[in-house]
Design a protein around this ligand. Structure first.
Ligand SMILES: *Cc1c(COP(=O)(O)O)cnc(C)c1O
Length: 418
């Protein structure tokens, strides 16, 4: 969103307040031009013969967004059978979907196998069971390289106590199973967590993964997962994708020449592709001055955008109704009866009741983490593509809240003083 005079505008010169009037608030808006910019930046950073970028479905699972990702040439990274089915519904070829579950049932993995998608296994017992039943099915294995990475402990997945992946120290056991069954390992994978800042930490993980990859003779691809950090504040540091791309590509090419043939280099970003493409708009219901604080209470809460409460994520908050007003200090809170703070002591152009706020970086893990807590309805989603706006998810209605409830009628009212 850029400032044009005293108004914000989205790409294609679309006025965000026009969208808020047309579709109502709270509202999620996604911009395909930003997704495309990020996709191109990532693909151009790597100079290897074969590169595949799989969009992490859990970041933003709207089927129209998935179709857009497919049109860019992306594959899809999925973590549940439901995400696999969304991907198929969006028209992805089963072979361009990779399924990386954790702690799911064998029955669910069987369903993914039936669907024909690539299977990524992250547990030895699962490898043994699936391998015995499907000895001819090439699979990928997820490694835990035991490096500490990621913005905080809730999103770091590669450390020693993590439940994700097969420990590098268990490789002898893995090899024993692979040899005994005659399994073909088509890929090795790691995903050490979201928000990796440091190119060197990434390379350290890559080095460990490549060392393990040497053991397998039938590889098709090596999947370095994700964790690319994007800026959430103006002065935030983000992963230097170009530097990372150059270093990984160089290392990968050396590996491939020693391995004997070219493999596909894979990544599976969520945040990097869609975080900055999303905008969340919500109205200020009340300005409440207490003894110590000026609260701006908005028409939303952790039910719509939980990242600030869930892992202290910082989302920049703008006043879309009064972009050039005099900045004042506010604590922005929601209407949920629970800790529901979006931001403390934020400098925001002076707010009035009914002003519309805009939360930046609302593309990844925002709508997909929303809920009906406090019996609230989920907002609509709108896509901006080539200067036009499209409704891509309807706002929920009371019927959606009621739809699966079974209203049984078995209670007699107790009459008083009977
Ligand atoms: C969540 C997840 C991703 C995406 O992570 P981002 O930080 O959004 O890029 C990639 N791979 C796996 C296996 C994941 O679980």
């Amino acid at each position: 969103m850029r400032l044009n005079g005293d108004r914000y505008e989205l790409s294609g010169e679309i006025d965000p307040l026009y969208l808020c009037n047309k579709y109502g608030v709270p509202l999620y808006v996604y911009d395909t031009s930003i997704m495309e910019r990020q996709y191109k930046r990532l693909s151009e950073a790597f100079g290897v013969p074969s590169l595949k970028i799989n969009f992490a479905c859990k970041a933003l699972n709207n089927i129209t967004v998935l179709k857009f990702m497919r049109s860019l040439g992306a594959g899809l990274d999925t973590v549940s059978i439901e995400e696999v089915r969304l991907g198929l519904a969006a028209g992805f070829d089963p072979h361009s979907i990779i399924y990386t579950p954790n702690c799911v049932s064998i029955e669910e993995i069987e369903l993914a196998i039936e669907a024909g998608v690539r299977i990524n296994i992250d547990n030895i017992s699962t490898l043994e069971q699936i391998g015995t039943k499907h000895p001819d099915l090439p699979v990928c294995i997820r490694i835990n390289p035991h490096i500490m990475a990621g913005g905080n402990s809730k999103i770091s997945t590669g450390h020693i106590d993590s439940k994700f992946g097969i420990s590098i120290h268990q490789m002898p056991h893995v090899l024993r199973i692979v040899d005994a069954i005659g399994l073909k390992i088509e890929g090795v994978h790691m995903h050490t967590g979201s928000d990796i800042l440091d190119v060197d930490v990434f390379l350290e993980g890559a080095e460990i993964l490549l060392k393990i990859a040497r053991h397998f003779k039938h590889l098709d691809y090596i999947d370095f997962g994700s964790g690319f950090k994007v800026p959430y504040k103006t002065d935030d540091i983000s992963t230097d994708i170009e530097e990372l791309g150059e270093k990984i590509s160089e290392r990968f090419k050396i590996f491939c020449s020693k391995y004997g043939h070219d493999l596909t280099l894979m990544f599976e970003p969520g945040k990097f592709l869609v975080s900055e493409a999303g905008f969340f708009f919500a109205k200020v219901n009340v300005i409440k001055q207490t003894t110590s604080t000026v609260f701006a209470g908005i028409d939303s809460g952790l039910n719509h955008l939980i990242r600030p409460m869930f892992y202290n994520a910082h989302h920049t908050i703008l006043n879309a109704s009064n972009p050039t007003g005099k900045p004042r200090i506010y604590t922005v809170v929601g209407y949920i009866c629970e800790t529901d703070t979006f931001g403390v002591n934020r400098l925001i152009p002076q707010l009035h009741e009914d002003d519309v706020l805009c939360f930046l970086n609302a593309g990844a893990y925002c709508f997909t983490m929303s809920s009906n807590y406090n019996s609230r309805l989920r907002p609509a989603e709108v896509l901006i593509h080539e200067g036009k706006d499209y409704l891509i998810r309807k706002r929920e209605t009371m019927d959606d809240l009621m739809k699966n409830q079974v209203d049984i009628d078995i209670f007699q009212e107790k009459t008083k003083n009977a």
